[in-house]
Design a protein around this ligand. Structure first.
Ligand code: ZN
Length: 251
């Protein structure tokens, strides 16, 4: 099965549409979403509706999703994040709110695990170092592990017989071959597809990934979208100016 993997949409409808169109052209049969559907951006309801309608979708809620439905304390958030959570709450329909309320911060199936931040502390911890990845390995039974939260496309692996890099940022359009054990199951690896709606790796283009579970490959793609249109909507909505500016610089 070919999966479209995406995360941290953050109510950015223009970026989400470009990513979903790309997935359709790529022939994906299922979707993996690592959370933060809403927060920061100007189109929370439209984004939740589009994501809810995706077939064969496995997803978790992120810290922003949980905060919007009152399941996470706003003390965790900086002033921009807090302002956007409060702005988002009344914009959601009852159905979308219920949908976000039903999301867990971590999901494990026979074939994969999804956590917004890390498996041991899904809504809050950022997976940013190899040492942290190694510490999290005992918390996972099914690999690969898909994560988001940092808004940066990253890979971490314990050991790769294929000789791949153990950790680091993904290079666009490079296909990573995931290591397998003798029984064919994947060796420990964490894959972050980067952020659809608010990339923070100095590249303003939307980020997403394609996982081929049969071939055992993962590849990150960067896609340009209409940043100006989103910035105009952020300003018209009265959201903090910084949330519009950061989209320009990819941070
Ligand atoms: Zn996020």
């Amino acid at each position: 099965m070919i999966y479209g993997v995406f995360s941290d949409v953050h109510s950015n409808l223009e970026a989400l549409k470009v990513v979903l169109d790309f997935f359709e052209e790529a022939g994906v049969g299922g979707y993996i979403c690592c959370g933060d559907l809403v927060g920061y951006g100007p189109d929370p309801e439209e984004c939740v509706e589009l994501i809810r309608a995706l077939p064969k979708l496995s997803l978790v809620g992120g810290n922003h999703d949980l905060a919007v439905v009152g399941r996470l304390d706003l003390d965790w958030f900086n002033q921009y994040a807090r302002a956007s959570v409060l702005w988002t709450r009344p914009k959601l329909s009852a159905a979308s709110r219920l949908y976000l309320e039903g999301l867990s911060a971590r999901l494990e199936t026979k074939h994969l695990t999804i956590a917004h931040g890390t498996p041991r502390n899904p809504p809050e911890e950022y997976l940013l170092s190899q040492a942290q990845f190694l510490d999290n390995i005992p918390s996972v039974k099914s690999w690969p592990l898909f994560v988001g939260h940092s808004h940066m496309p990253l890979i971490f692996r314990a050991d790769d017989p294929a000789g791949g890099r153990p950790e680091g940022p993904f290079i666009e359009d490079v296909e990573e071959v995931l290591g397998r054990g003798p029984d064919g199951s994947f060796l420990p690896v964490a894959l972050n597809p980067g952020s659809v709606g608010q990339p923070r790796d100095q590249d303003r283009r939307a980020s997403c990934g394609v996982f081929d579970s049969k071939a055992g490959t993962f590849r990150v793609f960067r896609l340009p979208y209409d940043v100006r249109a989103v910035q105009a909507k952020i300003r018209a909505a009265g959201l903090p100016e910084y949330l519009a500016l950061r989209l320009d610089y990819g941070q």
